[in-house]
Ligand binder design. Structure first.
Ligand SMILES: Nc1ncnc2c1ncn2[C@@H]1O[C@H](COP(=O)(O)OP(=O)(O)O)[C@@H](O)[C@H]1O
Ligand SMILES: [Mg+2]
Length: 265
């Protein structure tokens, strides 16, 4: 197994989300700080980034960091407004068998109750670019109207691919846009942060710095992956498998190139 050969105790680029492997490159740290602020201020936040850039990972880290709050994760946002309300109701332990008006009242009461217990409610809609139509976005905006005096009762985090931002830029979404308290776009990692990311994961997995990928190999990892974490992970795993097959240590640039030609990005 390649792990032993490269001095690793576990798989450094595994697919299961594991907070120990969370690497807060500067932009992630900034994104986290701003998301945290949005949670505390009960604002609407919009987080965008290309596929595999780390959006879902950050939302999970945010959840871990606020474990006293009630997070409601919506991972399939192909929902009509009423379906969205029902989903929220179910997750907040309200029976969804109400008429719409009753549902809204029940939600309002529940949010108030949780607020009085000192628990915030955070609605996270992942892949929000898949929300089918404007009515569902309108419903999301209306959710932000639940207030006690001037205190908002719910934080809403919309996560999506870059087209989410494009969509919200349309004049029809002006009312929602005005409610958004924070916008953040996750970019790809630059060469330095890519190397730091890879080294961080290797170190958590037990490796000694520099012993796994040669320096040119590391540069090639950035070149092929364009700094997208999910692609970096796939590429590195593939390169380690190939390198192990050749008993090559550290993994060479040729092996990384070969690994890149085999993976679909
Ligand atoms: N900051 C990070 N630290 C560690 N791993 C990360 C980080 N960002 C992304 N990843 C890894 O990259 C992969 C893709 O991240 P993900 O959050 O699913 O991206 P997205 O939701 O933007 O498509 C995951 O396997 C994740 O573990
Ligand atoms: Mg995701």
């Amino acid at each position: 197994m390649y792990k032993t050969f490269y001095g690793l105790k576990e798989r450094p680029f595994g697919k299961t989300p594991d907070p120990r492997f969370l690497y807060l490159a500067p932009q992630y740290e900034e994104a986290m700080a701003r998301l945290q602020y949005a949670v505390e201020e009960r604002e609407i936040a919009v987080l965008t980034g290309e596929i595999g850039s780390g959006k879902t990972t950050l939302s999970r880290a945010l959840m871990d960091q606020n474990d006293g709050d009630q997070f409601v994760l919506v991972v399939n946002p192909r929902l009509t407004p009423t379906q969205l309300l029902r989903e929220l109701a179910i997750r907040l332990d309200i029976s969804p068998g109400h008429y719409r008006a009753d549902l809204v009242d029940a939600l309002s009461d529940r949010l108030l109750q949780l607020h009085q217990e000192g628990r915030g409610v955070v609605l996270v809609v992942d892949e929000a670019q898949l929300i089918p139509g404007k009515p569902t976005f309108d419903e999301i905006r209306l959710l932000s109207n639940f207030q006690l005096d001037t205190t908002n009762l719910i934080s809403i985090i919309l996560i999506g691919q870059p087209e989410l931002r494009k969509r919200l830029a349309h004049p029809a979404y002006a009312a929602l846009r005005q409610r958004v308290g924070m916008w953040f776009h996750l970019s790809a990692l630059d060469a330095r942060d890519t190397a730091a990311y890879v080294n961080f994961r290797l170190k958590v997995a037990g490796a000694v710095n520099g012993a796994v990928f040669s320096r040119p190999a590391m540069e090639a990892i950035h070149g092929h992956s364009k700094g997208v974490p999910r692609v970096i992970n796939n590429l590195c795993t593939n390169a380690l498998l190939l390198g192990f097959g050749k008993e090559e240590r550290p993994v060479s640039v040729d092996t990384v190139n070969e690994a890149a030609s085999e993976i679909v990005t």
